[in-house]
Design a protein around this ligand. Structure first.
Ligand code: NDP
Length: 290
């Protein structure tokens, strides 16, 4: 029986953040300027507020300037677009993140595509998606970027590996698949209409689950020795009327089958925010032509 290792995303993210902080310090010394990240939140969704607070704290911790705009839930699209435009023109802002989801009256895609592609640190702009798809230098979505770092750290070259990505969202599944393809994996993208998903998963040397269904992926779906990246974050009821977080993979069942798996929490989650700051640094260097 294989001894399955848990991939410590928290430790990896801390190392990455220290590296970003060191690079930021060097940039400041060289240019006399400080990179800045602007985060915009519309409304008072409690989960979004926690994410944003965390982003602001981490931004400051790596030595970047943090600009934080909180707009009321009833904000209209024109006002949000006007703010984005102001941030696009602001030289002190190198990265712009509009926290999703946005209230119903606002067209998310229109807002994302209004962000300057060079400041689009979430990597959601159609130009960055297109650059990624065509193998050009791009700002790539944070969660898949973090997953790739963990995979490469674990496996080295990914060339020739069978990779299965469950989920085809624009923010996780599709960019994840594009990154795996760019590393010469043979990639399958599965989704809700996929026939015989367990059998599809069984061919994966690398399995990425980005679905949003608690513990959907079972132990007998896993090829022995596979590396499993569990992106899912699902809150489920636990003992004593409490709740707990679980991923999309039934982790206990996978132990002893997979080579390694990212735990939830403590796997992909911490990498996402670290990659946001990694992307902000990358965007800054591109803008300052360094
Ligand atoms: P979406 O809801 O946008 O996409 C989910 C995908 O899963 C869809 O493509 C859907 O298929 C597919 N799917 C749904 N049900 C099934 C099924 N029964 N079998 C196969 N495929 C299915 O979610 P996201 O991509 O935004 O997020 C996915 C998960 O990752 C969520 O749990 C989210 O919370 C988590 N997440 C975690 C992050 C982190 O930092 N750790 C960051 C971002 C997301 P179809 O397209 O056919 O509907």
């Amino acid at each position: 029986m294989t001894e399955t290792q848990l991939i410590d995303g928290k430790a990896f993210a801390e190392k990455l953040l220290s590296q970003v902080a060191a690079d930021v310090a060097q940039l400041k010394e060289k240019t006399g300027k400080t990179p800045g990240l602007a985060v915009v939140i519309v409304g008072e969704d409690p989960a979004s507020q926690v994410y944003v607070r965390n982003k602001v704290e981490k931004t400051k911790a790596v030595g970047m300037n943090s600009v934080h705009h909180v707009l009321p839930a009833e904000t209209n699209q024109a006002d949000l677009l006007a703010l984005v435009e102001t941030l696009n023109r602001d030289d002190g802002v190198n990265g712009i993140l509009v926290q999703l989801p946005l209230p119903k009256q606002i067209d998310e895609q229109a807002v994302i595509n209004a962000i300057s592609p060079d400041k689009d640190v979430d990597g959601f702009h159609v130009i960055n998606a297109g650059r990624l798809a065509t193998g050009q230098e791009a700002l790539v979505a944070c969660t898949p970027t973090g997953c790739m770092m963990l995979l490469k750290d674990r496996l080295g070259s990914l060339a020739g590996k069978e990779a299965v990505v469950i989920g085809r969202s624009n923010i996780v599944g599709k960019p994840m698949a594009a990154l795996l393809l760019a590393e010469s994996c043979t990639v399958t993208i599965a989704h809700s209409k996929t026939k015989d998903l367990p059998q599809v998963c069984r061919r994966a040397d690398i399995l990425v689950a980005a679905v949003g269904r608690p513990e959907m992926v079972k132990g007998d779906w896993i090829k022995p020795g596979a590396v499993v990246i569990d992106v899912g974050v699902n809150r489920i009821p636990a003992e004593g009327g409490k709740t707990k977080l679980v991923g999309d993979v039934a982790t206990k069942e996978v132990m002893g089958v997979a080579q390694a798996i990212t735990p939830v929490p403590g796997g992909v989650g911490p990498m996402t925010i670290a990659c946001l700051l990694f992307n902000t640094l990358k965007a800054t260097k591109m803008q300052w032509k360094l």
